[in-house]
Write a protein that binds this ligand. Structure first.
Ligand SMILES: Cc1cc2nc3c(=O)[nH]c(=O)nc-3n(C[C@H](O)[C@H](O)[C@H](O)COP(=O)(O)O)c2cc1C
Length: 350
């Protein structure tokens, strides 16, 4: 901006100003990615426990909905007991087949998906998917709930209430890839209020409301959720987006549009978590492009109590476990005795 103003005086001045400015910027960016040197890494094991909404997690790393199946499918590649929790794929009353392929496409620094909430339905989930998770009692199971009407959501919660082994419900009020349900609730303040209020009345487990970033004010939606009785909010779901294949001149996804996730969305998601943390008193689960332990630390400093890891599991199915281990090492090397002290510890101002 300043470079542009100076540029009014002549192009040479602008060029040299821009060069030195961009060198300074580059140096700043490089510095901000350096890991501070610690000569004396403490050997004391940091306390990685976090608690929110009545749940105690052994660490703040949670596998995000839709990117980790129902948890149990990963048991042979991931040490599930290393994760704080897993969130299941969105569960509806009846099984759903989802959209036709192609449903996933890679983008610069992320991916676009329009799965269309394919899932086995609540009965099959309770019969086949949930019971084997009892082999990993320290990994909490959070069930992501989805419906096309408020009664659908309530029907799913009602059915889940009868089951053993569910730690909390995450209401998906934010899916950008289906015509009815999901974002219909997440983008309409009155619909969201009714959904949360009525769900809270029937839910016997803590209720987490997953917010959409595709709204004018995520702060308003977080406040509405809190006032309607949510025990926590999670954010963000994916950003509505699209890509086009120029050879065929067709959209890359069968659904035309999809939801963008991965590192491309991280700075926006982080800003939203920061703003919501200043607006509500209930705990926040932060997510959006978390790939490294440092990314997780950023979300916690911005105000998240725990973090969810999604797209990273597509690049490396062990990403969540790697993150849980990496976050512990990060705490150790930075003399952080309790990971929970990172939440909201962002320093601003002079
Ligand atoms: C393939 C795919 C499927 C998803 N399915 C769901 C879902 O069923 N319910 C939900 O609430 N979020 C779903 N999400 C959103 C993720 O849980 C997460 O909010 C989002 O991807 C941002 O995190 P990330 O950048 O770490 O992936 C899905 C994301 C992807 C990539």
């Amino acid at each position: 901006m300043r470079g542009h103003e100076r540029g009014m005086d002549g192009s040479t001045a602008r060029a040299s100003y821009d060069e030195s400015e961009s060198r300074a910027d580059a140096a700043h960016v490089a510095r901000s990615h350096e890991t501070p040197r610690r000569e004396d890494c403490r050997t004391v094991k940091p306390d990685m426990r976090v608690s929110f909404a009545g749940l105690e997690l052994k660490n703040p790393v949670i596998a995000a909905s839709g990117t980790f199946g129902y948890g149990i499918e990963f048991e042979e590649i991931v040490s599930l007991e290393r994760l704080g929790a897993i969130v299941t794929k969105g569960i509806s009353l009846e099984p759903m087949a989802g959209h036709e392929p192609p449903r996933i496409v890679q983008t610069a620094a992320g991916m676009l998906n329009a799965i269309g909430l394919q899932n086995v339905g609540v009965e099959d989930f309770l019969k086949r998917k949930l019971p084997p998770m009892s082999r990993y009692p320290s990994c909490h199971v959070i069930v992501n709930v989805f419906g096309q009407t408020v009664n659908d959501y309530i029907g799913v919660i009602d059915r889940l209430n009868d089951a053993e082994g569910i730690a909390a419900y995450e209401l998906n009020a934010s899916c950008p890839n289906v015509l009815a349900g999901g974002m219909t609730f997440g983008a309409d303040p009155y619909a969201l209020e009714e959904l949360v209020e009525r769900s809270k009345r029937v839910a016997i487990q803590p209720l987490i409301v997953k917010l959409s970033p595709n709204v004018t004010s995520v702060i308003q939606m977080a406040r509405i959720s809190a006032e309607a009785g949510a025990d926590a909010v999670s954010l963000v779901n994916t950003f509505r987006a699209m890509t086009i294949d120029v050879e065929t001149r067709r959209p890359c996804l069968s659904n035309v549009t999809g939801g963008l996730s991965g590192p491309a969305i991280k700075p926006i998601a982080l800003r939203m978590v920061y703003e919501v943390a200043r607006a509500v008193r209930i705990p926040i689960l932060g997510m959006g492009g978390i790939m490294t332990p440092e990314d997780a630390v950023e979300f916690m400093l911005a105000g998240a109590t725990a973090v969810e890891v999604g797209t990273a599991s597509f690049a490396d199915p062990r990403a969540a476990e790697r993150l849980a281990n990496g976050l512990e090492s990060w705490c150790k090397s930075h003399d952080v005795a309790k990971v929970s002290t990172l939440t909201g510890a962002l320093k601003t101002g002079a």
